[in-house]
Write a protein that binds this ligand. Structure first.
Ligand SMILES: Nc1ncnc2c1ncn2[C@@H]1O[C@H](COP(=O)(O)OP(=O)(O)OP(=O)(O)O)[C@@H](O)[C@H]1O
Ligand SMILES: [Mg+2]
Length: 227
C-alpha cells in the first residue's frame, strides 16, 4: 500500500530573472513501512521537497497524498491537526524547547493535541534512546547527540505514520550518527512507520530500502538497494 504519493510537484521561488525552479515535476510513491533516503548536492531541492511533503510550504502545481488524504486540500486548521497526528519531523537543528526538560520536550506534541501521554511508551523511548538518566535535564545541559535523540523521541512519540528527517545526523559524529539511525530504524520498523530521510552520508543512504536522488530539481529513483 502506498502511504505517500507525490504527483507532479513543481516549486519555483521568486519571479522573473531571479526565479529558481527548485522542483521540476517530481513524482514518486512510498510504501507503508518503507525507509527511503533522499540524496543530492547542496541546493538541488531536497529540503524543498521534504517541506512540500510535510505541507510546510505549498507547490504551484502537483499533489501530495499521505495515508489517502490530499494534504493540500486541507485548510490550515485541518492541516495542523493532520500534521501533528501523522507526521514526525526531525530537523538538523534540533528545535527543542529550551525551557522544557527532555521528558517534557518528548511529550509536548501529544499535550498540544490534548491527548493523554502514553507513559509506558515514554519509558520505552527514553530507554531505547538512552536518555533515562537525562530525563529531567534541559536541552542546554545535553550533548549534541543527546539533543538529537530527544528530537527523535519527540518525532516518534505521537506514533506518526510518516517521519520526515532533514539531515538528522548532520551535527553528529560517525559513532553517534549510526546509533541515531539504528534507533530510528528500529522504532520505525516496530510500528511500521515510513521514513523519508535526507542525508549526505553515503553509508546512511546505503542502509535505506530505496534511494532517491534530487539533481537540480529533478528526481531520479535509484530503486531498491536491498530486499
Ligand atoms: N525561501 C527561498 N527563497 C528563494 N530560493 C530558495 C528558498 N529556499 C530554497 N531556495 C532555493 O531553492 C533551491 C533548492 O533549495 P533546497 O533548500 O531545497 O536545497 P537542498 O537540496 O536542501 O540543499 P542543502 O543540501 O544545502 O540543504 C536552492 O537553489 C535554493 O537557493
Ligand atoms: Mg537542505
Amino acid at each position: 500500500m502506498n502511504l505517500l504519493e507525490v504527483c507532479n510537484i513543481c516549486k519555483t521561488y521568486g519571479e522573473g530573472e531571479t526565479a529558481v525552479h527548485a522542483l521540476k515535476n517530481v513524482s514518486f510513491s512510498v510504501n507503508k513501512g518503507e525507509y527511503v533516503a533522499i540524496v543530492g548536492e547542496s541546493g538541488s531541492g531536497k529540503s524543498t521537497l521534504l517541506n512540500m511533503i510535510g505541507a510546510l510550504d505549498r507547490p504551484e502545481m502537483g499533489k501530495v497524498t499521505i495515508a489517502g488524504r490530499n494534504i493540500f486540500s486541507m485548510n490550515d486548521r485541518e492541516l495542523t491537526i493532520f500534521r501533528r497526528r501523522n507526521i514526525g519531523f526531525i530537523f538538523q537543528a534540533f528545535n527543542l524547547i529550551p525551557e522544557l526538560t527532555v521528558e517534557q520536550n518528548i511529550i509536548f506534541p501529544v499535550l498540544l493535541d490534548y491527548q493523554k501521554p502514553d507513559r509506558a511508551y515514554l519509558e520505552e523511548l527514553l530507554k531505547v534512546l538512552n536518555l533515562s538518566e537525562r530525563r529531567n535535564h534541559l536541552p542546554n545541559q545535553l550533548s549534541g547527540g543527546q539533543q538529537q535523540r530527544v528530537a527523535i523521541g519527540r518525532a516518534l512519540f505521537t506514533r506518526p505514520s510518516i517521519i520526515l528527517a532533514d539531515e538528522p545526523t548532520g551535527n553528529l559524529d560517525t559513532q553517534n550518527s549510526s546509533e541515531v539511525i539504528t534507533l530510528l530504524k528500529e522504532a520505525a520498523s516496530k510500528y511500521e512507520q515510513t521514513i523519508i530521510m535526507i542525508t549526505h552520508n553515503r553509508s546512511i543512504a546505503q542502509s535505506a530500502d530505496r534511494v532517491l536522488q534530487v539533481s537540480d530539481g529533478v528526481l531520479t529513483d535509484f530503486g531498491r538497494c536491498r530486499e
